[in-house]
Design a protein around this ligand. Structure first.
Ligand code: NAP
Ligand code: MG
Length: 398
C-alpha cells in the first residue's frame, strides 16, 4: 500500500511519563503504517527542557507560529518534588503557559463522545466546547483585608501625572477589597480566537458576561466581541450558516442545560475555570477530553486535556502493563493531521484522520476498552485491554 503523503511538517512536541510512552505507541501502531509522516520534532520532556534551559519550549512555539499546526504530548509542570526527582537547574515554568503566551492563544476543550458513555445531562447529544479566556480578572488581582473603618478608592495615574479617583466603599468596619483588570488587547485576541475556531468547526458561538451589573468592566468584553464580529466575521458566519449569540451568564448556564450541544461556549476566565470542570465531569472522563490552543491569527496546537498520568507511569517502570486510555492523545494527532490536510488541500490525509477517529470510537462502542472506562460505560464490554492492545484493535479496524 502506498502511504499517504504530507507536504508541510507538523510541529511535534514530545512530553513526559506515561503519555510519552503512549505517544510513541500511537505513532508506531496507528499512524506510521499508513502515513508518510512529516514532523519537526521538539523534545519537551522535562530532561531536555532542563538541558536546554527551556529554550526547546520557546523554539517549538515559535516554529508553530511559522508552520501553523502543532501536536503536543502532556508535559510535567515542575514543582518542588520534581526539582529533586529530575535534579532540575530551575523550577521551569509550565510549557503550556509558555506556549500560550507566545501564540497569544485561547484553549478550547471538548469531550470525545461515544455511545454508552452518555453525559449526565440527558439533552446533550453533541459535544459542547468551552473556550476559557486565560488572562486577567480575579487571577491577576490585587487584594486587601481592611481592618477597620476606612475609605477605599481607585486611583489612576496617567503618564503625564494627571490622576483620576473613584470611591469603592466607605468602610465603617472591617472587610475585604480587590482590584482587578483586563486589557483590550487580550480581550480582542480572545474574541478573534473564538470567532476563528467557531468558523473552523462550523459551530455557533455563545458568549456571556454579567454586563447588566458590571456596566463598564463586563460591558467592555461585550462591546469588543460585538465590534470584532461586525467588522471581521459577520459575513463569514452568515455564509457558514452559524450564529454569534450573546447573553447574560446566568441565562447562558440555564440554556446550556437545555441545549443539545454542538456549540462553542466562550467564557470569561473565572466562568471558564468553573464551567470546564462542570463539563468535564458531566461527560465522565478526563481521559476523553481533547484540547486545542488557537491563536487569534489561526495557528493551532492540539493536545489531550489530561496530564502525564504519573501513577500509571510508576507502574510501567516496575514492568507492569497499564491500561491507560490513549483516546485524547490520539485525537490530538487526528486533529493536527486534519488541520494540516485542510491547510494543504490533502484529501487523503483528511480522510485518514476522520477514519482513524471513527475506528477508535467504533472499537470502544463494540466493547473493546481501556480500564478507566470500565465503570463508566453502559454497553456490553467484551475486552478490557492494555494501551497497546487497544491501539492494535483500532489499527485492525482501520
Ligand atoms: P493526570 O495526569 O491527568 O492524571 C490524574 C488521574 O486521572 C490519573 O492518575 C488517572 O486516574 C486519571 N487519568 C488521566 N488521564 C488518563 C488516561 N489517559 N487514562 C486513564 N486514566 C487517566 O493528572 P496529575 O496526575 O495530576 O498530573 C500528572 C502530571 O501531569 C503533573 O506533573 C502535571 O504537571 C502534569 N500535567 C500536564 C498537563 C499538560 O501537559 N497539559 C495537564 C495537567 C497536568 P487513576 O490513577 O485513578 O487511574
Ligand atoms: Mg478549575
Amino acid at each position: 500500500m502506498d502511504k499517504i503523503k504530507m507536504t508541510t511538517p507538523l510541529v511535534e512536541m514530545d512530553g513526559d511519563e506515561m503519555t510519552r510512552i503512549i505517544w510513541k505507541q500511537i505513532k508506531d501502531i496507528v499512524i506510521l503504517p499508513f502515513v508518510d509522516l512529516k514532523t519537526e520534532y521538539f523534545d519537551l520532556g522535562l530532561v531536555n527542557r532542563n538541558a536546554t534551559d527551556d529554550q526547546v519550549t520557546i523554539d517549538s512555539a515559535n516554529r508553530t507560529k511559522e508552520l501553523g499546526v502543532a501536536v503536543k504530548c502532556a508535559t510535567i509542570t515542575p514543582n518542588a518534588q520534581r526539582m529533586e526527582e529530575y535534579d532540575l537547574k530551575q523550577m521551569w515554568k509550565s510549557p503550556n503557559g509558555t506556549i500560550r503566551a507566545i501564540l497569544d492563544g485561547t484553549v478550547f476543550r471538548s469531550p470525545i463522545m461515544v455511545k454508552g458513555i452518555d453525559p449526565l445531562v440527558s439533552t446533550w447529544k453533541k459535544p459542547i466546547t468551552i473556550a476559557r479566556h486565560a488572562y486577567g480578572d480575579v487571577y491577576r488581582d490585587s487584594e486587601m483585608k481592611i481592618d477597620g473603618a476606612a475609605k477605599v478608592e481607585l486611583l489612576v495615574t496617567y503618564p503625564d501625572g494627571s490622576t483620576k479617583t473613584q470611591e469603592i466603599f466607605n468602610f465603617k468596619d472591617s472587610g475585604v477589597v480587590l482590584g482587578m483588570h483586563n486589557t483590550d488587547k487580550s480581550i480582542s485576541a480572545f474574541a478573534r480566537s473564538c470567532f476563528t475556531y467557531a468558523l473552523d468547526t462550523k459551530q455557533s458561538l455563545w458568549f456571556a458576561t454579567k454586563d447588566t451589573i458590571s456596566k463598564t468592566y463586563d460591558h467592555r468584553f461585550k462591546d469588543i466581541f460585538a465590534e470584532i464580529f461586525e467588522a471581521e466575521f459577520k459575513d463569514k458566519f452568515e455564509k457558514a450558516g452559524i450564529e454569534y449569540f450573546y447573553t447574560l451568564i446566568d441565562d447562558a448556564v440555564a440554556r446550556i442545560m437545555k441545549c443539545e450541544g454542538g456549540i462553542l461556549w466562550a467564557c470569561k476566565n473565572y466562568d471558564g475555570d468553573v464551567m470546564s470542570d462542570m463539563l468535564a465531569s458531566a461527560n465522565g472522563s478526563l481521559a476523553m477530553m481533547t484540547s486545542v490552543l488557537v491563536s487569534p491569527d489561526g495557528k493551532y496546537e492540539y493536545e489531550a486535556a489530561h496530564g502525564t498520568v504519573t501513577r500509571h507511569y510508576y507502574k510501567y517502570l516496575k514492568g507492569e502493563t497499564t491500561s491507560t486510555n490513549p483516546m485524547a492523545t490520539l485525537f490530538a494527532w487526528t486533529g493536527a493531521l486534519r488541520k494540516r490536510a485542510q491547510l494543504d488541500g490533502l484529501k487523503d490525509l483528511e480522510e485518514f484522520a476522520n477514519k482513524l477517529e471513527k475506528a477508535s470510537i467504533d472499537t470502544i462502542e463494540e466493547g473493546t476498552i481501556t480500564g478507566d472506562l470500565k465503570n463508566l460505560i453502559d454497553i456490553p464490554v467484551k475486552n478490557v485491554v492494555n494501551t497497546e492492545d487497544f491501539l492494535k484493535a483500532v489499527a485492525a479496524k482501520l
